[in-house]
Design a protein around this ligand. Structure first.
Ligand SMILES: *Cc1c(COP(=O)(O)O)cnc(C)c1O
Length: 378
């Protein structure tokens, strides 16, 4: 089966990881610090904090945002459940705003309609790797004194042209906090892993606190009784990344631009090959936004054929996937009282979507096979 995404691991990665096994540190150590510095440098963020996975990172971001019970966060339903789940873990209420029909990204106008006095944060997702409308969302957040927490699990390496500053910036240097995932299907792999990027020192300190049991040796509330002294100041978790994972991350990050170039090339080829197919709607970048192409989300004009075409592609050995079932349609969210029909555009998007393979090591032969089968079956 040709998967829809796959990690790209070379001998250099293997060597980097093996080097760690005989070092003094297996868990959080110098490789973690190096990976964090490299992530901050690459994205242009001030601070990076890595976590055991992206979901843990999101939870930490919501903690740093100081979400309280009944605070509301506005997010998209066209995402992996973790974006919303992590807010529920912090006791917040999740409010879903609808998407732009074309990009699959949250629509800033829909966000504005959902803002109430209880709203604390806007949490957009760069769906498929295409940056959300960051200028509009940032302006909205500033106007209403909200935090902008970007779920960029798909979008490490994506770029955005800020109209205000007329500067092309990497995703990660724009929102108040930006979350990354290093799950093997994402831009780079560490096995499991995630990060939060931020420009704010106060958030940085809270993120560190949340990663390590709520324990700190800084900002002590009592006079230290000796060198052993530390304080537990918040109820938190062990969400550390190991040095084994971080070494893989450092090695992978060096190749990220090449990975994205390879993904872009495939997207261009698909775009040309499907241009004449009138039954498909193709993903597109918009002016000022450059995608990292985590996914290539095709949509069928006739959603009624989705299940059949999906099955036929799988039967042909193409590991297509669907991104995503709108979060509030899951039984857990239905039990919380969310109703079907809440975000009509996200539901239409979901019903017509099929993600076809796109990843750096996808051979031209396999791309041709995908192209041939998609054109034949749609
Ligand atoms: C992968 C993903 C996550 C969760 O990241 P993990 O590292 O798997 O925990 C969150 N949000 C989105 C949009 C994702 O794709």
């Amino acid at each position: 089966m040709i998967p829809y995404s796959h990690q790209s691991i070379g001998d250099d990665d293997v060597e980097a990881v093996f080097g760690v096994f005989k070092s003094d540190w297996l868990t959080q150590g110098p490789e973690v610090r190096e990976f964090e510095e490299a992530l901050a440098k690459y994205t242009g963020a001030e601070y990076a904090v890595v976590f055991s996975n992206g979901t843990a990172a999101l939870e930490a971001a919501y903690f740093a945002a100081d979400l309280k019970k009944d605070d509301e966060v506005i997010t998209t339903s066209l995402t992996f459940a973790a974006t919303a789940n992590a807010a529920l873990w912090q006791g917040a209420k999740v409010v879903f705003a609808d998407i732009e029909a074309d990009s699959g990204n949250i629509d800033p106008n829909e966000v504005e309609k959902k803002i109430t006095p209880k709203t604390k944060a806007i949490v957009p997702v760069d769906y498929s790797g295409l940056p959300v409308r960051l200028d509009e969302l940032k302006a909205l957040a500033e106007k209403h004194k909200l935090l902008l927490i970007e779920d960029a699990a798909h979008a490490l390496g994506a770029e955005y042209l800020s109209t205000g500053s007329r500067q092309v910036k990497k995703v990660g240097s724009i929102a108040d906090m930006t979350m990354l995932s290093f799950h093997p299907v994402k831009s780079i792999a560490t096995g499991e892993g995630g990060a939060i990027l931020t420009g704010r020192k106060d958030f940085y300190e809270k993120l560190l606190l949340y990663r390590g049991h709520g324990i700190t040796k800084d900002n002590l509330t009592k006079k230290p009784e000796g060198d052993w002294y530390y304080e537990m100041q918040a109820l938190a978790h062990n969400y550390r990344m190991t040095d084994i994972q971080a070494a893989l991350g450092v090695s992978q990050l060096k190749k990220l631009d090449k990975f994205i170039e390879a993904r872009k090339k495939i997207a261009v080829r698909y775009g040309e090959a499907f241009a004449g197919n009138k039954n498909l709607i193709l993903p597109k970048e918009y002016e000022g936004a450059s995608s990292s192409w985590h996914l290539y989300p095709l949509r069928l004009k006739d959603a009624g054929k989705r299940a059949e075409i999906f099955k036929k592609l799988r039967d042909a050995g193409i590991g297509v996937q669907v991104h995503y079932i709108p979060v509030y349609l899951h039984p857990y969210y239905q039990k919380l009282g969310y109703k079907a029909g809440l975000c009509p555009k996200a539901e239409v998007f979901y019903e017509s979507e099929i993600s076809i393979p796109i990843f750096p090591d996808l051979t031209e032969k396999d791309q041709d096979f995908v192209i041939q089968k998609v054109n034949e079956l749609t």
